[in-house]
Write a protein of this length. Structure first.
Length: 134
């Protein structure tokens, strides 16, 4: 939870995507350009806070999956542009975008590993209760 929140925070100041040699940060997008990517980043950030607060994992999984769709869509749009002729204007995904994807992956891993651990604990408690009854 805390690692993914930290990665999301750091990614605000690193280039989310690049146009040629110019990086576009999430901070610049937030203050200058209307963009739908921030909805996904906000949902991921809230999911990281909820993970840190140990809220229901199903809600966090849903928020993370919805939130990661926005950066993936941006990544798809950047990759599918193809060659536009000039390397000066060629778009590419920036380090901030990759950090967001890594943070979302860590967040999903934490949700799924916590769910597996909870299921194992419930199974052990049920098994323990049955053996006490015998």
């Amino acid at each position: 939870g805390i690692i993914s929140i930290l990665l999301f925070f750091i990614s605000f100041f690193l280039p989310f995507y690049n146009i040629g040699s110019n990086g576009v940060t999430l901070w610049y997008i937030l203050t200058e350009i209307p963009n739908n990517d921030l909805i996904g980043i906000f949902v991921l950030f809230v999911g990281g806070i909820m993970l840190f607060a140990n809220v229901d994992m199903n809600i966090i999984k849903t928020a993370t999956i919805i939130g990661i769709c926005f950066p993936f869509y941006r990544f798809y749009k950047i990759v599918s542009v193809g060659d536009i002729g000039s390397s000066y204007l060629q778009p590419s995904f920036g380090i901030g975008g990759y950090l967001i994807l890594i943070g979302a992956g860590i967040q999903l891993y934490a949700c799924f590993s916590s769910t597996i651990e909870d299921n194992t604990n419930k199974r052990n408690i049920t098994h323990l209760n049955k053996s006490k009854e015998d």
